[in-house]
Ligand binder design. Sequence first.
Ligand code: GDP
Length: 396
Amino acid sequence: MGRRKKIVQECERLMDKPENIRNIAIAAHVDHGKTTLTDNLLAGAGMISQDTAGEQLAMDTEEDEQERGITIDAANVSMTHEYEGDNHLINLIDTPGHVDFGGDVTRAMRAVDGALVVVDAVEGAMPQTETVLRQALREGVKPTLFINKVDRLISELQEGPQEMQDRLLSVIHDVNELIRGMTEEMDDITEDWTVGVEDGTVGFGSALYKWGVSMPSMQRTGMDFGDIIDLERADKRQELHERTPLSDVVLDMVCEHFPNPLNAQPRRIPRIWRGDAESDLAETMRLVDEDGELVLMVTDIGIDPHAGEIAAGRVFSGTIEKGQELYVSGTARQNRVQSVGIYMGGEREEVERVPAGNIAAVTGLKDAIAGSTVSSVEMTPFESIEHISEPVITKS
Ligand code: GDP
């Protein structure tokens, strides 16, 4: 069996284990490093299990992709990551980086349960950091923080350990002020969602040079900020990357700190759906029941040159399969599912079925638009996704 086929099988196995799934978005102010970080995670995950991940196999992946002429369109990508001896399926939904796509950012947030907020260490929290945080929190999506471009503090700004620490703590402080202000009025968020170094909900590093650290990673690798400053100053970035790879730090943080669908849906459903909370449908959505009625929220419509329109979205209940006749909110007739797939490293891969808790790529939903509720029974649609307006920020 080919390697790719094995990976698809592994993803299909993990799709049925909601406790091992993390649906996440990376959100950032423009130019803070979201694209570079996303590329890093994909390369780092290598789409192979960490057990067998070696230089050779990682290389194979790239060669394979080059040969097949795949260019990754990061709208939706899935990867697997081994954390504490257990493989996890991480579905990453891209959020457009520009302010004028505010509506799309919120749509992406509807499909995920965790948002990794990336902030440039030099610039600090910017207006769009606030907007993406607001979009995440309004959807009941939990934030964590990655402070990027730390290499610039060391190499360009020549900061020492104390100065660096002060600057990083001030970024964390600013982000927490925003989170605190926004969650104050939210009764359904009972946990403390502010981020901190001590509990590992903050990571630091350089997406450009592919290294990262967090409190748990420092404990694991034995590397502290002093070592990092020394290596970065000595221009030993490859060594830094090898000793404390960014993708491990970030993907461990994702697995540890973001809720899985079983934890997230009971809290998120009342926030995004105003139907009868006592109904069976509400119950199957809260429980992520793959045997319940099918409920899918479409977050994005893409065009595939061969397959035509593809509706991507989060399955909140039931299992989507080829041949199902489904209702599409706002239209009178039903649509027939032509195919279902998942995204693997950015490429759509057809599968037999996609159960609740996952992101599905569906063809045949002719009447669906981004924001549609698609279901096997007629139902109250999800709350419409509100566009959060913000001042236009020009790129400097
Ligand atoms: P996005 O707009 O958030 O997707 O940002 P990009 O990933 O496109 O990065 C914007 C610019 O910052 C690019 O020129 C990157 O090479 C650069 N960049 C990204 N991450 C880092 C980093 O960790 N260190 C440095 N020095 N530059 C970075």
